[in-house]
Structure formats: C-alpha cells, structure tokens
Ligand binder design. Sequence first.
Ligand SMILES: O=P(O)(O)OC[C@H]1O[C@H](O)[C@H](O)[C@@H](O)[C@@H]1O
Length: 452
Amino acid sequence: MSRLKLFYGAALVDEAKLENYEEVLSRVSGDLLIGASEGKDGYGWVDLPEKGHEQIIKVAEALKSFDSLIHIGIGGSALGNKMLFDCLTHPFYNELSREERKGPRFYLLDNSDPHLFLSVLDMVDLSRTGFIVVSKSGTTAETMANFLALWEKLKENKLPNLAQRIVVITDPNRGALRKFANEIGCLTLEVPQNVGGRFSVLSPVGLLSAAVQGVAIEELLHGAKDMKKKLFERNSIDNNPAWILAALSMEHCLAGRNMLVFMPYLSRMNSFTEWFAQLWAESLGKDGKGITPIRAIGAIDQHSQVQLYTSGPNDKLFLILTEEKSKRNVFFPEKLEEDSLNSLSYLLGKDMKSMLNCEAQGTLAALAKSGKPVAWMEMPNLDAYHLGGLIYFFEYLTAITGGLMKVNPFDQPGVEQGKVYTRALLGKEGAETEKKEAESYMRHIRSLASVI
Ligand SMILES: O=P(O)(O)OC[C@H]1O[C@H](O)[C@H](O)[C@@H](O)[C@@H]1O
C-alpha cells in the first residue's frame, strides 16, 4: 500500500543535529498518550479516531433530505468543515462521481460579514434548508451573530418545525448555544470537553457536515487511526517523518527561519492550508515564540510568491506536498495540427497530473539550488482514508513541535483581548473601562493619517 513519504535531503540540517531531538521527542510523544488517558484538557484529539461515530451518522440522516445545508461556525468550528468539503465533495473537485454525490448543497457562514450572509440566503430556499450551528464555547460573537440573524429569518418566514431544521454542536453543559438547544429541543451533538477547536475536525464538529455530504467518515477515521498507530509506535527519528519535520522546524526556527511555507500542489487543498494555518499559528504562537505558517498552492504560487522564495531572504523553511496519483486526470493530444502551437510540443502525449507533479519537482529543485531549506511530502491519492491520515499527521506534528518549543500547544490566551475590546465597543454592559482603553488605542492609530 503506498504510504506518506517525506524527502528531506535538501532541508539543510545534518542528521546528527536531528538525532539530538530523539530523546525529547520520545518524551513529548509519550506525554500525549498519557495526557489523553488522563482526560487532560486539550489532549482529547489523540483518541478521536477510536471514538464511535454512530450518533453522527444518525444525526446526519436527519439533515440529508434538505436541498441545502448551511454550516455556521468560525475558526476550529468551520475551517475543518470547509477543508473536508473542498478536499472530498466540492462539486469542482469532487472525487465522488455525480451519481455518488448525494446530500444537500453545502454553504458556510464562517464570518460576521453581511454580504456573505445575504448572498448565502439569496442562494437557498429557507424552507428546504437545514442548519448546523457549531461553537465549542457556545458564545463566539461571530457565530452567534449569524445564528441570531438566521433564527430571526426562520421565524419571519413562519417556517414550521424549526427544531427539526437545526442541529447544534457545542459544549455538553456550558454556553448560550447549549441553553438554546435545550430550550427549543433540537438535535445536538457534543464538542468533547478536552478537545480544542483547532484539533476538533475528527469530532462531530467536522464530521457531521461531511457525513451529510456523503463523505465516508468511517474511512476518514480509519485513516487517522492507522496513522496514529504508526506515529506513536515509531520511536526513532529516522523512521518517524513527523519527528523529522518537528526537529527541522525547531532547528530552522532557532537559526532565524521562523516561517514555514506549506505548499500543496493541489487546488482542492487550499482550505487544508487554511485549516493548517490555524492549527500551526494558534498552537505555537506563544510567549514571544512561534513559527509563522505561510499558505501557498502549487502551481499557482509559482507565478506569485516563488520569486520571493528563491531570491528573497533565507528566513523560511519550505514544505511542498504532492499527490502521487489521482482518480481523475486530463490527457494532452499525441500530435498537433496547428503550426502555431509547435512550441507546446513538450506537452504532447503527457497528462496534467504528471505535469503538476513535474512543476512541484521544478520548484523543489529551484529552491534547493537557491540554497533554501526544502522538504517534500508525497501522499497517496487524496481520498477520505488518506486525508484522515494527513489530518492526524499534522495534528501530531503540531503538538510535538509545541513540545519542542516548550509552549502549551492546546490553549489560545492571545485571542481573548480582541474579543473583550469588540464586545466593549459594541456596548457590552460593565465593560466601560475596556471600551475607553480600546477607544484610546483607536485614537492613537487614527492620530496619523494619509488619505488619497
Ligand atoms: O468553537 P468556538 O468556541 O466558537 O471558537 C471558535 C474559535 O474561536 C476562538 O477564538 C479560538 O481562537 C479558536 O481556537 C476557536 O476555534
């Protein structure tokens, strides 16, 4: 069976230095299993692949009869859903054939943007639409704003059986969303209390909308489970690609290369890079430390950012990802009739997938030639099983890299201040001091202006 491969010969760190990380990586990896077994906050993702998903399948059935499905959430309560949708069932990229594709059309309200809200509502028939509302805290302003506006629309339209149109996924006990679900009696699923938002895609948070779309979530979890087994049993640096990548990230960060460019050569992985960016940035960016994720897609960013990558400062580590083979492909003609196209003869008889992978290798070689550290991951085809393994791989990689950096990869204290100021500026009662503070910063920002 083809495996996930990591090639790091041009990653510019010698083997001896990587070996030095083996002992600490073994401890950090072991601590994840211990933390999970003790139910420690933030460690719950470790065992998600083994959790039962029968309830998710059952609840998904209740939503499949709708023409449209609107998922409301933000951050870890939406990025995973978008990633699973784009990678596996998006009509443009759909690995499923038109006949296999079933379930409602999928829409995402993942920002408090009136244009987005109104555009989505223009596209659906509310009477034929189901809703999934997700918030681990049950209080996130953007999610609750979208939900409130939508709930009002449903009541304005005097739609019957409102409780049968909505599924709420939130904390088992806390938050406004849990209280609301109890009050109206809608179907609910739980965000496991010891699973953080950015690590929750393999929980009901990510799996329900995928199941409604027809994704084989048991395959996703099977891939994650097999990857988990390999990652935790590989206890030496030279047979654990995640350990290698964590050590490389740490070594290059210490050398001043504190940015990681993650560049899959697959258009349908653009939202995977968004999901990864939250996972990496929010887990590692603490105590003045962190590694900035830079999202890129090949071959698109060869025509956008690669100039900076090859000829700019040596301040980044590069990780390029390709798919070994694809279920769908496009083949170029064997011969040309038009003389004007003779310059394209190098494409004759080739196929687009091989071309894309040659482009990845061209960029890898150009980066190596420019003396920048670059690693290459080659994954089997991007189906549910292998995507589940990739998700788990990056969750594990992030957690052990946090261990190397001596930060807690499972909290996010740095996001709270902005929320406090937002609520104060919106006039929250008892937040006058915070309102004055936010206004003072805004006055300072406005004190110098240049207008064109
Ligand atoms: O799921 P929720 O509680 O609504 O949180 C949604 C997101 O917002 C928070 O501010 C955190 O930054 C994220 O880690 C989280 O995923």
